[in-house]
Design a protein around this ligand. Sequence first.
Ligand code: PEP
Ligand code: MN
Length: 343
Amino acid sequence: MLVVMRRGATAEEVQQVCDVIEEMGYQARPMPGAGRTSVGVVGNDGRVDASRIIPLAGVQECIHVTKPYKQVSREWKADHTVITFANGASIGGTDVAVMAGPCSVEGETEILEAARAVKAVGAGFLRGGAYKPRSSPYSFQGLGLKGLEFLACARDETGLLIITEAMDPEGLAAVSEMADVVQLGARNMQNYSLLKLLGKCGKPVLLKRGLSATIQELLLSAEYILDAGNPDVILCERGIRSFDTSTRNCFDLAAIAVVHQLSHLPIVADPSHGTGHRAYVPSMARAAIAAGADGLLIEVHPTPERALSDGAQTVSVTEFEAIMKDASIIAQAVGRRLAPAIA
Ligand code: PEP
Ligand code: MN
């Protein structure tokens, strides 16, 4: 439930509402807004009885949140969440953010070369996994801590913001210390103990949709992170399993529109994992921006055929350049702007 206070309600009135909510056995989450304060009620698993709250001084109305998730819902917060970074970049506002780079960090010179290339084409974020969730234990598993160090070097040289995946609590401690955005991969979307830790990691989180997760399950996973104290969550549509083998996954464009209706959180699109083939990445990147995606996550490699993971879906720098040109035109057509390249 959301308690909406009247315009001009005093701090004492807000406090009294919080006290009553706590007395009822729930937790109160005051949220000061531009015009008025709202107080969210969490900790309930069913409908909250509003009869003790409605008569309190300063209360305008009580809104029952009808969805199983609360804090990520539009009912809870009508305005889009915009996540901002120290260098002025943002995700969730007018700018469409671009995160690009290889699937995996393969070495220092390799990631530096990729970083320079994606920066030159206009990406604001460098992606690359140091910890890799691979289907086979015999596939390249990532460079771990060394990979994080190489990413840090790439950031130092280029100024690109870094997004990289954490797979377990130990890795999360290292990743959240170093990265600008912590990625939680599709295979861990429902790792609830990790989700709770992400709520305390102190960095924005990019939460990828699980391989067979519904949009509601994606939003419930995001709810764990917000409920544990981290409001900076970026959702990511990366395709879901289907019966069709023409693509690696079924890239669910509609999820972008659905998420924007149900939630205030930004959603970015990953047409690389969404399709699994580099030939389909440009058209799906265009479509995602047209559908309202707040950003793109694209696998780019200076020599995709030599990539240590996900080469088939990885575009070359030249292909990435063409994607960026189209993305800029489409962003403008839908009232957005491709985030400006960093200096
Ligand atoms: C990745 O981004 O390289 C990755 C492993 O993605 P996903 O978790 O979506 O499979
Ligand atoms: Mn990958």
